[in-house]
Design a binder for this molecule. Structure first.
Ligand code: PLP
Length: 410
């Protein structure tokens, strides 16, 4: 066990101190993790958990990846973790080059999180609307979307529960119905400058966009001179089975936001843009002290090199097909519990007729970590390195939980 963690003492004490000292913005599960290997997390009492949450789609390489550890250690050993964007650093430059390669976009802005990447995109969109003396500032986003917790990002988020008690929000943001092109068209007016959409809605309940919807949005943006912006914070970095979901759909946005798995677990985010959009932000327009930080960028280089090799995405596609088949079999076995199975790549979900929390808790007590999404969806976002054997184990545990729920309702 990790000695540094061990020194904090027993699990219960850590939890009690956390409850006392950390602001109560999360409803944590009563567990403390001390170490990890592969796709397994180990708590401070030595209990092992197969992890199909991956820090909510962050730990794409699982735990203990030697290449990632060596790259981070190299930066630490050199003594400079951070040097500010007043100066160049080779890790950020290399990460930008790799990110352009795998995303097919033209220019990169580095920041630290998904919300920050979306803030950068919202600012870029507004400046685009002001080009050539224009005054367009309207941005259309989708109902049930999730874009983060900063002011711009919660405003862009099309879910009232995230807005409650925080108004006034950002003006000139409106919400269309996801996968309903007519609903988007009805919101476009002379003020509109951009459309922001998750190709696969994550927090909203693992809902993939229909290809036709994204194709139509692209056409609309071209006709009306609007920026098409994809939030790939959760579905990007290989999760959809391609480096980015836009490649899975074959619909290229003007702006792409990225975070979560970008640096393999070190906090990092990015907004990438192509064409005209790549040239809009100029010195003084936007900044982030830690953006492009050496430690984070060394992690990003490892992740992006792994994506560039191609084998990781091939693996995601193979595991996705295997996992989906097993989930459909589970749905056939428990049709009254599993209402729908959906998702893309290794971003999969089961819509449930029972509260997801009952399944999350049942799985956790049996040594499997899964999360919920929306009000009624069980979400699976395992490390992208997950194996068939681990998928079998996870599905076996969900099967046991469903069986016990089914027997209770008899
Ligand atoms: C699609 C999407 N966008 C943005 C965010 C916000 O990212 P962060 O929590 O890093 O700010 C999330 C987080 O879950 C997300 O899923």
């Amino acid at each position: 066990m990790n000695k540094a963690i061990d020194a904090y003492g027993p699990m219960q004490r850590i939890i009690e101190e956390g409850q006392r000292d950390i602001m109560h913005t999360y409803a944590q599960f009563p567990v403390v993790f001390a170490s990890g290997h592969g796709r397994t997390l180990v708590d401070t009492e030595g209990k092992e958990y197969l992890d199909f949450v991956a820090g909510i789609a962050v730990n794409a390489l699982g735990y203990g990846d030697e290449t990632l550890a060596a790259a981070l250690k190299h930066v630490i050993d050199n003594g400079v973790l951070h040097c500010s964007n007043l100066y160049w650093n080779p890790y950020a430059v290399n990460a930008a080059k790799l990110l352009k390669l795998v995303s097919g976009m033209d220019k990169v802005f580095f920041c630290n999180s998904g919300a920050e990447a979306n803030e950068a995109a919202l600012k870029l969109a507004r400046k685009f609307g002001h080009l050539d003396g224009g005054h367009r500032s309207g941005i259309i986003t989708m109902e049930h979307s999730f874009h983060g917790r900063t002011y711009g990002a919660i405003t862009a988020t099309g879910q009232a529960k995230y807005h409650k008690d925080f108004d006034p929000l950002l003006p000139h943001i409106s919400y269309a119905v996801f996968n309903d092109f007519e609903s988007v068209c009805s919101l476009v007016d002379d003020d509109t400058c951009a459309i922001l959409v998750e190709p696969i809605q994550g927090e909203g309940g693992i809902i993939p966009a229909e290809k036709e919807f994204l194709v139509s949005l692209r056409k609309l943006c071209d006709e009306k001179n609007l920026l098409l912006m994809f939030d790939e914070v959760q579905c990007g970095m290989g999760r959809s089975g391609m480096p980015f979901a836009w490649q899975t759909y074959g619909v290229k946005p003007d702006v792409l936001t990225i975070a979560k798995a970008l640096a393999g677990g070190v906090p990092a985010g990015a907004m990438v843009a192509s064409g005209v959009a790549a040239e809009i932000l100029q010195p003084g327009d936007h900044a982030a002290t830690f953006g492009g930080n050496l430690l984070a960028m060394s992690g990003a280089c490892v992740m992006l090199e792994r994506l560039a090799e191609g084998t990781l995405c091939d693996h995601v596609q193979a595991m996705s097909a295997y996992f989906l088949k097993a989930l459909h079999a589970l749905q056939a076995k428990y049709p009254s519990i599993a209402v729908d199975v959906r998702g893309l790549g290794l971003m999969l979900g089961i819509q449930l007729s029972v509260p997801p929390r009952t399944v999350v808790d049942g799985a956790m007590s049996r040594g499997l970590l899964v999360a919920s999404a929306g009000y009624d969806v069980l979400r699976f976002v395992p490390p992208l390195t997950v194996t068939e054997g681990e998928i079998d184990r996870a599905v076996g545990i969900i099967d046991e939980v469903f069986a016990s729920l089914a027997s209770q309702s008899e």
